[in-house]
Ligand binder design. Structure first.
Ligand SMILES: CC(C)(COP(=O)(O)OP(=O)(O)OC[C@H]1O[C@@H](n2cnc3c(N)ncnc32)[C@H](O)[C@@H]1OP(=O)(O)O)[C@@H](O)C(=O)NCCC(=O)NCCS
Length: 163
């Protein structure tokens, strides 16, 4: 059984750790250790995560196991009345491919009723995530370069209707 709930202050440190583990596992093939270290220490600062959790235009949720371990997270931002953007969807490496990403995504889609579409940006090299988003019904709308601190990555912008 997995419980999906909004991020609370008490969960922030464990959530930061989950981000560190999944970022390392996912991006070590393409980004330098220095960049990953900087991202996990700057972008995922406690204050930044708390501000996002308190932002009414952001839905920030975590997935907990029966033993209260945080194994997944999602961050969805409302861009305008019609559009949301999925900033983060991360599942702990030991818990991937068990349906958790799909469950977190489905829950996030209930956060902003009335919105019509959701967008994501995924690195061209991240084939597993592209397969995942394609399975969820996302299609490519654009390709562009994205700066991750000093490194540049090619990303695909994908979009899906919200029903
Ligand atoms: C991508 C990610 C969010 C998917 O979540 P998940 O819980 O592992 O995926 P699910 O079990 O819900 O998968 C649903 C479907 O997506 C596809 N899929 C998911 N992971 C896949 C993989 N590694 N390879 C191929 N297809 C995959 C499959 O069709 C799968 O259905 P199936 O298992 O019945 O074949 C998760 O694996 C993850 O956190 N990866 C690392 C971080 C990352 O890349 N995040 C996205 C950044 S943009």
């Amino acid at each position: 059984m997995i419980l999906i709930e909004k991020l609370k202050l008490d969960d922030v440190l464990e959530t930061k750790n989950l981000l560190k583990i999944t970022w390392n596992d996912t991006y070590k093939k393409w980004l330098s250790p220095k960049t990953i270290q900087k991202v996990t220490s700057h972008w995922h600062k406690t204050a930044a995560l708390i501000a996002q959790a308190n932002d009414p235009n952001v839905y920030f949720a975590i997935a907990k196991t029966e033993t209260n371990k945080i194994v997944g997270l999602v961050t969805l931002k409302k861009i305008d009345d019609k559009t949301t953007f999925l900033n983060r969807l991360y599942i702990h490496p030991n818990h991937q491919r068990k349906g958790l990403g799909s469950q977190l995504f489905a829950k996030a889609m209930q956060a902003f009723p009335g919105t019509k579409r959701v967008q994501i940006e995924v690195e061209e090299l991240n084939k597993n995530a592209i397969r995942f988003y394609s399975k969820l019904g996302f299609t490519e709308i654009e390709r562009k370069e994205d700066k991750v601190l000093d490194e540049v990555m090619d990303v695909i912008v994908m979009e899906r209707e919200v029903f």
